[in-house]
Every structure is written in C-alpha cells, then in structure tokens.
Design a protein around this ligand. Structure first.
Ligand code: MN
Length: 470
C-alpha cells in the first residue's frame, strides 16, 4: 500500500470514529482565517449540517496558547480544528485532557505523539507534503466527502482553498488533482488554458493588464495609459460602447492577438512565452462574477477573512445567494483597506517604521495597518517592480491583544524556505511561527518587538549574503 492509500485509509478510520460521536453533543469548530481555512470550515459545516450535528464555530487568525486555553475552558466536550492545530499539538494535548479532539490540518506538525482522545489527521504523518500536495480544505474534503453527496459536491471549494495556499503551479499535484478530477466529472469545474492574468471575470481588461505583475509586461504592467495604448496597438477594443471589456469578453482571435502581443513585449524577459496558465472555471457560478474563477474566489474569501467577515465567506462557499451578494459588496471595503495600508507604507518608507537593509526591508506598522492585512501588504510589495528580486520583506503589526503579527515574504521568484527563517528569528524571542515555505508568519509578544527586529536584521542580512554566494 502506498502512502496515499495509507492516508486515505486513515481518513476512513477517522470518519468512522467521528460518526460515533453522540449527536446530542454540540461540536466546537475552529478554523483558520485565510481562504483555505474558510474553505476548510465551509466543507466541515456542510458535513455537520448534512449529518444533523449541532455546532458552534469560530475563525481565528492564529491559534495561540491563550486562545486554546479559552477554548478548553468552554463547556464543550467535542472539538474540531481545521487548517490549524498541527503546530500546537503539545498545547492541545496538555489543555484538552478528557475531551474529544479532531485536528484536520496540512501544516507541518509538531513532532509529538498524541493521546487517544486526539485524532490527528495530517498528510505529513504519511510522508505526503502538505505544503504542496493538499490544502486544509482538501484534507477536510477527503475526510468528509463520503459522508454525504452534498459534501462531495464541494470539490471546487477544496480547490479554491488549495489555490489560496499557493498549491497550483500549472496544475495540481496528486491529491489536489484527484479532487479536481472529481469536480470535473461532476460537471462543477472546467479547466481552460488561458492568459495568466488575474481578474479575467471581473476586471476591465486594461486594468487587469495594468495590475498584472506576473507575467510582467514591460511598459504595460503598472501603467494604465500603457495598457490602453497597448490594446489600441493590438487593434483590440478596450470598450464595447460605454462598457469596459473584460478578458472573458474577448473572442478567440482577439485572445490570440493579445497573447502574441504580450509575448512580443516580453522578449527581453526571462521566459517571454510564460504567459499561459490554467484557469479553473466554476461552471455553476454566474459568469463575470468573482465566484466564477477559482483564483478570484479565493481572493474573495481572503478578503472576507481580513475584513472580519469570515461568515460571508462561509455562506458564499455554501452557495447562499444573499450572502454571496454581501460578500461581493464587501470587496470594495477590502480594496479601501489595501489602498490605505499602501498609502501608509509609501508615506513612511523613507523614515519611521521602515528599515531598509541589504537584501531586506522591515516594516513595523504598529497599529497603523490592521494585523490581518499585513500578510496581504507584504505579498503586494513582494510583487511590485520597485523592490529588487530576492529582497526579504518582513512586516509587523499590532494584534491589539498584547502580541504582534509578523509576516515574511520574498520578492520575485526566489526559492527560499520562509517558514524556516521566520521560525529561527521568532524562536529567539519566544514567538510562535507558522505558515508555508512561500508565505510565512509568526506571533510574538508585544514587549519582544524590539529584540525581534534586531534579531531579524542579523538573520536576514546573513541570509541575503548566503543567497548571493550560492
Ligand atoms: Mn491552509
């Protein structure tokens, strides 16, 4: 039996054990705030609904000892953690004695043996890389899909979670790919090969081109007039009457023209022809809505989470029409938060709050940027053209609970294990690290911020040099 079979067998055993839980008991469900966490939670909610379970749910940004203690003090006997928990095994083991706990996660687990009351479900335990092969939503999906057809139908949500966790690179790896095949077979998703440009369904084409930094299009990326000029040169109408056209409104001929035009513009770039990618179209979703394209859907879920409106994301995943409308409306608020945060950065990048070193940048936003936005801001900066490729971008913001949230990204396409770096820095000051290779973060005590920044400068400067030497 290979590792995949072993993992699936374990999932089946876990599901049987879950079925034995008393239906009178209210289940306490806790999930992660990002797109994958919201997707994971939604699939679990669907499973609990179809199985006539009572539950109470919370979405958290980070699972700290404090949060775990509060949960353990609550009057519940049954807990399910999705898309988090594996990094907190010792804390859970210590605090949830005598309680039934399920952990369905794909983050690298703490190396620890747990007691029988804890069912720990994680692909890493079977030698499967949870960072690249399956998301939190995927783990929950594989666990619960056989419970009810309604759960099985949520295959696209598992993929939205995987895309949110950066697990799609010109296709999926095995376990995600198996979920994709279920989704295709059920007529829920179709994969099309197209221009890798974000916002095909929802953004005016010239805006989508302007905001497109990967693939980078010289004289178009970052320039609205450049984008309009480019379309004009290609003979592609930017408008249809008064309406701006979107990528989805173009016919095949126009798309061909656009693709070759972009490749021509990119001739001086690394891989000029690297402009095509897979688009995952959710066939049951309305055309030109943010739910139609899995990438846009995952961005929407992220936005809901960061706006403290995770419930809108969950309702959207479950297909509630009313909630979906509210979720779309809330996107405008999200854009405003990003613009405000970016403005703060640009006003402060030359002075207080931003340290620029050789190969790194440290942004301490304090309470000027919402802690839940700090990762998004770092990601945007890591894709911007004015920061040299390979620069570490470390940002911090006040969680307003005595701790700071830290987020680390690297600009361009550098291949570095960010999780390992952030772990090394935060361990020194008593912080807790988490995340993935390409996007990592930590939670540190407020009074350790200064020491953390100092340690970060030492580590990042050294890492920057190592990268150059290699
Ligand atoms: Mn995840």
């Amino acid at each position: 039996m290979d590792k995949y079979e072993e993992f699936k067998e374990y999932l089946a055993v876990a599901l049987e054990r879950f079925k034995e839980w008393d239906k009178q008991e209210t289940i306490r469900l806790i999930s992660h705030l990002d797109a994958d966490g919201i997707g994971a939670c939604s699939i679990m909610v669907k499973a609990l609904n179809t199985d006539n379970r009572k539950y109470s749910l919370s979405i958290v940004q980070q699972l700290t000892d404090e949060v775990l203690q509060e949960l353990a003090n609550e009057p519940y006997n049954h807990f399910i953690f999705t898309d988090l928990g594996s990094g907190n095994l010792s804390s859970i083991k210590k605090r949830f004695i005598g309680k039934q706990v399920f952990i369905l996660d794909h983050h690298e687990p703490e190396p620890l043996h747990v007691n029988d009351n804890i069912m720990h479900i994680n692909p890493h335990l079977f030698g499967i890389d949870g960072g690249t092969e399956i998301s939190g939503a995927g783990v929950v999906y594989l666990f619960a899909k056989d419970l009810h057809k309604g759960v099985e139908d949520l295959a696209p949500i598992a993929l939205v979670g995987a895309i949110g966790d950066f697990q799609e690179h010109d296709g999926f790896k095995r376990l995600n790919d198996e979920i994709l095949r279920i989704a295709i077979k059920k007529g829920k998703i179709k994969v099309i090969r197209g221009l890798r440009i974000f916002g095909a369904q929802t953004r005016p084409l010239h805006k989508a081109l302007e905001y497109c930094t990967d693939p980078y299009i010289p004289s178009v990326s970052g320039s609205e007039s450049g984008a309009i000029q480019f379309l004009y040169e290609m003979g592609i109408q930017a408008k249809n009457g008064k309406e701006w056209r979107k990528l989805v409104n173009l016919d095949d001929e126009e798309i061909k023209t656009l693709v070759s035009g972009i490749i021509m513009k990119r001739l001086g770039e690394d891989k000029p022809e690297d402009v095509l990618g897979n688009m995952y179209i959710l066939l049951e979703e309305e055309e030109e809505s943010p739910f139609r394209d899995a990438k846009e859907f995952s961005t929407l879920l992220n936005a809901c989470g960061r706006l403290d409106k995770a419930s809108l994301g969950i309702g959207s995943c479950l297909g509630d029409k009313n909630t979906k409308e509210k979720a779309v409306a809330s996107l405008a608020g999200y854009k405003r938060l990003i613009i405000n945060a970016m403005n703060w950065f640009h006003e402060h990048k030359g002075g207080d709050g931003v340290i620029k070193g050789d190969g790194y940048m440290i942004i301490n936003a304090g309470n000027n940027i919402k802690a839940s936005m700090i990762g998004t801001i770092s990601s945007i900066l890591s894709k911007s053209n004015d920061i040299p490729s390979g620069t570490f971008i470390l940002s911090l913001a006040d969680m307003l609970n005595g701790t700071y949230k830290v987020s680390l990204r690297v600009s361009g396409r550098a291949e570095v294990d960010l999780r390992e770096i952030v772990k090394k820095i935060s361990e020194k000051v008593g912080g807790e690290a988490g995340g993935h290779q390409a996007a990592a973060g930590a939670n540190i005590p407020e009074d350790a911020v200064e020491a953390f920044v100092q340690e970060a400068q030492a580590v990042l400067a050294k890492r920057g040099m190592e990268e150059i030497v290699h």
